[in-house]
Ligand binder design. Structure first.
Ligand SMILES: [Fe+2]
Ligand SMILES: [Fe+2]
Length: 163
């Protein structure tokens, strides 16, 4: 038994295939997002010169991650301020607020406290809002490269119902 590996106290953030939405571009972005979380997690407790560039890379990636989905929703005819897009806006505001508190208020535990909550939020979001969007994209034959729908809905309300 002495050669058994010691179990780690906390498993940390890891990719989980239950997060897959089957939309290749979305899934690639989501894997990158989780990789950014892992990069920040592994810099916790290190000086700001190490931690903050990783945190800023996570935020920059998240801005584009959310903007990409918002662009797809707009192309699909979703209302601009739908609840999926609102979640993106709220989460980005939290990410920016946590950085402000870390730098300006010296709340250096905030990033560490944020990470598990952000991963938990992302698991829920990917499996609900993002999976719903990916399913609707597949249903209408949406091509992200062209913005064209091979099978557009007959009624414009269909996009709202898909949110
Ligand atoms: Fe997403
Ligand atoms: Fe999303």
């Amino acid at each position: 038994m002495s050669d058994m590996p010691t179990p780690t106290a906390t498993p940390g953030i890891v990719w989980n295939d239950e997060l897959l939405t089957r939309q290749p571009q979305m899934d690639a972005t989501h894997r990158e997002f989780v990789e950014h979380l892992i990069q920040v997690e592994s810099a916790l407790g290190q000086p700001d010169a190490v931690l903050l560039p990783r945190y800023d890379a996570l935020v920059a990636h998240t801005v584009e991650h959310f903007a990409q989905e918002d662009r797809w929703m707009a192309a699909l005819g979703f209302a601009t301020q739908n609840c999926h897009a609102m979640q993106h806006t709220q989460v980005l505001a939290v990410l920016q607020d946590v950085r402000r508190q870390h730098v300006e208020a010296g709340a250096t535990d905030m990033i560490g406290r944020l990470l598990p909550e952000l991963m938990q939020w992302f698991e829920n979001h990917a499996q609900a809002a993002d999976a719903g969007l990916a399913g609707y994209m597949a249903e209408v034959g949406f091509d992200p490269a062209t913005g064209e729908m091979a099978r557009p809905p007959l009624l414009p309300e269909a996009a709202d119902a898909a949110r």
